[in-house]
Design a protein around this ligand. Structure first.
Ligand code: PLP
Length: 415
């Protein structure tokens, strides 16, 4: 295993990968940029920028409805991107791939089209303490509208789900399990295979929020056996404003449309409207066509690098950065799960995370500070915020050295 990982590392040419990302050549505050905020939004490789540019320059028109050449080119590009997403997720059919604005909209789609019509007083939705607000608030809204109850499974001091406690909360009234695949605030990888198995044993469908999982190695929805899977392109080296909801076809068929308008219909009259087939039934209005093209190119790019090689590279960086950070007096790592994605959340005694972020920015080092849209996680650890460095395919050892040096500088400023 160690030899295989070492070989993967040798084969991974991070200098070449960095060269694919034009933005990494820029300076910030007089320093070469060190970008460690990919968990919020990753940067785009030239392949994505050029694919979007090519589409805009040569192919743009509205999709589906036109007989002219450009409309057909745009439709081919858009539907071609859907097929790329299908392959990437290993979904059975493109009918199961719905384009959304992102993870947030994908989860809201399930909340509105699956949960709201089905749930009533006494029913339960089970989430965990680790969720991003996008996987909390839509369920709170469903509960407010239907009288259902939101149950929240606890975590431990390492930031891991207490699986037995989670399982104990699965009740005969649980109608849906919604859980993050990877925590954005801490990097914890959740035991989603066990979760799906336990939920399905009780006949409960499972939604996985894959926003932070997909960039670090992809996802196979058939292997995961989940019922819904959501992710955003902009964390996967793709554009903003586009994401995906995977849904099991049988479930999607039973769901009413969420939004009405063009493209989601077959025919409209004042006597009645018939809805379009899957997946278009859930795509009302003109979609984000260039975004889908960019997402397709981002998937191609990640597949060229090899999701496994990217994962191994990021894990090496995470281990190195964690070890180096622990050498800084007063630094506390928040989230020490055994299985973690490349996210390093921390606090430094005597320095507010926002001040840390500002000082690091002066040094050209971009990290995220705040509650990371996961306020319950911050509450659990009794802190208002953390500083978070997150690693992607283009980060290297020099980035870690610059991060650690900038943290020492911050300590000197505050000493
Ligand atoms: N879920 C997780 C775990 C996230 O990290 C994020 C974004 O940070 C989201 C959901 C929301 O993603 P978006 O803002 O792209 O809809």
């Amino acid at each position: 295993m160690a030899t295989a990982l070492a070989r993967t590392h040798e084969a991974y040419d991070v200098a070449r990968v960095r060269g694919d990302f034009p933005i990494l050549a820029r300076h910030v505050n007089g320093h070469p940029l060190v970008y460690l905020d990919s968990a919020a939004s990753s940067q785009r490789p030239r392949a994505v920028i050029e694919a979007v540019d090519h589409y805009e320059t040569h192919c743009h028109a509205n999709v589906h409805r036109g007989v002219h050449a450009l409309s057909q080119a745009a439709t081919d590009a858009f539907e071609g991107a859907r097929e790329r997403v299908r392959r990437f997720l290993n979904a059975r059919s493109v009918k199961e791939i719905i384009f959304t604005r992102g993870t947030t909209e994908a989860i809201n789609l399930v909340a509105n089209a699956w949960a709201r019509p089905r749930l009533g007083p006494g029913d339960e939705i089970l989430i965990t303490w680790l969720e991003h607000h996008a996987n909390i608030v839509p369920w709170q809204m469903v509960c407010a509208a239907t009288g259902a109850t939101l149950k929240v499974a606890p975590i431990d001091e390492r930031g891991e789900l207490r699986f037995e406690a989670w399982e104990a909360l699965l009740s005969p009234r649980t109608r849906l399990v919604a859980v993050g695949h990877v925590s954005n605030a801490l990097g914890t990888v959740l035991p989603v295979a066990r979760i799906v198995k336990a939920a399905h044993a009780r006949g409960v469908p499972v939604l996985l929020d894959g926003a932070q999982a997909v960039p670090h190695g992809g996802a196979d929805v058939q292997a995961l056996d989940c019922d819904f899977y959501a992710f955003s392109a902009h964390k996967l080296y793709g554009p903003t404003g586009i994401g995906v909801l995977y849904g099991r076809e049988a479930l999607l068929r039973e769901m009413p449309p969420w939004q009405g308008g063009g493209d989601m219909i077959l025919s409209v009259s004042f006597e009645g409207t018939t809805y379009n087939d899957l997946p278009w039934k859930f795509e009302a209005g003109t979609p984000n066509i260039s975004g889908a093209v960019g997402l397709g190119a981002a998937i191609d790019y990640l597949e060229t690098l090899g999701p496994g090689a990217v994962h191994a590279h990021e894990q090496r960086l995470l281990a190195k950065a964690t070890a180096a950070a622990l050498g800084i007096p007063g630094l506390r790592v928040i989230g020490t799960a055994t299985d973690k994605a490349a996210v390093l959340s921390f606090t430094v005694e005597g320095i507010h995370p926002h001040d840390l972020g500002t000082i690091l920015d002066h040094e050209g080092v971009a990290i995220r500070t705040g509650h990371h849209c996961a306020m319950p996680v911050m509450d659990f650890f009794g802190i208002p915020a953390t500083a978070r460095a997150s690693f992607a395919c283009y980060n290297d050892d020099a980035d870690i050295e610059r991060l650690i040096r900038a943290l020492h500088t911050a300590r000197e400023v505050f000493s």
